[in-house]
Write a protein that binds this ligand. Sequence first.
Ligand code: NAD
Length: 377
Amino acid sequence: MKKIKMGMIGGGIGAFIGDAHRRASRICNDFELVGGVFDADFEKSKQFAKNEGISLDRCYKSVDDLIKAESAFPSDKRMEVVSIVTPNALHHPFAKSLLSAGFHLVCEKPMTITVGEAEELEKLVAEKKLTFALTHTYTGYPMIRQMRDLISKGLLGTIQRIDAQYYQGWINSIIHGTGSRITGVWRLDPKHAGASSCMGDIGVHAFNLIEYTTGLEVKEVLSDLNPVKEDIQLDLDGTVLLRFSKNLKGVIRASQVCGGEENNLTIAVYGSKASLKWAQENPNYLYMLSDTEPTKIFKPAHGFNDQLAESSHTMPSGHPEGIYEALANIYKGTAKSIRGEKFTPGEFPTVHDGVRGMKFIHAVVDSNKGGNIWVKV
Ligand SMILES: NC(=O)c1ccc[n+]([C@@H]2O[C@H](COP(=O)([O-])OP(=O)(O)OC[C@H]3O[C@@H](n4cnc5c(N)ncnc54)[C@H](O)[C@@H]3O)[C@@H](O)[C@H]2O)c1
């Protein structure tokens, strides 16, 4: 099948997630990277294009230049989709320009800086009838898709508690001056990151996984955030109480300063009949607990899984797949949507998930600022 011509904004030499996007787009085998604006510095962007074997003619100085040049190409040469993998504050301006010019988008989270910007993009996507995939990467894991299916079939009974945790430690050494990492430190600066560091960067993944796996909406939050040091402007750690309904509550605990923690994202959904637990650092095992039966373990590549979970693992059972394949599954769903093929809801997070994420981040920040009050999401 003909590859979808893809562009990329950001993701140049030394960037973190852009490289994962390129690998994922190659794993799913539906995309061909043809050009982009890979770095704010044009010389570095050109060096990146040379290293990747991308024509310098399609390495652009700015997003406006990209739009102008690509729009002038005949449809069989033109870029159809663009991946935005820049720091947060650039997502909205670039997404708005690219959508207005008719490009499908893959965009990193958090989708924007404000809720208003997120709603504006949602409206634009609907008006233009374009595909917009928001890369909440963890929704691409087969066992997260299996969790969503088991919950949707009511196997847990009535859900009684939801608990998600996302602990990292990499910022600990940065704030105490003992680390050498320099990439990604823009997350501490509101100008680039937005209203939140910890909750905007990783708490929002936990929030998204909760709404993705359960199909429920968080209605209200009460947060207690912690910048950890006087000279830090944004939260680096926090706890968020969640209310779904009168009888269903939950919690998100997130931190970027839990020294020694790597990418400790977990989700547990407890029901009246059974419960499900998943941990990102061990992603091919989904545990089903019950009061009356021994613990069951679901694993990928077995016929007992739901069709979407099953098709999200490409190797035979016992061959572990991980984060690149999870992101590739999101790219796969995006490709189906761009081509107008049938896809399953949940194959890729949408612009609406982006709006929900922004509402969560702002409700959490407002709750903390207001003296730990309940705020609607
Ligand atoms: N889905 C996930 O699991 C996940 C993981 C990591 C990061 N992210 C998100 O991805 C985004 C990027 O994060 P990162 O860690 O890769 O950041 P990074 O700092 O490693 O990379 C950012 C890239 O954007 C480029 N850039 C900056 N300004 C630009 C401009 N004006 N034009 C073109 N390129 C420009 C930089 O040169 C760099 O190449 C963030 O929004 C982050 O929240 C998501």
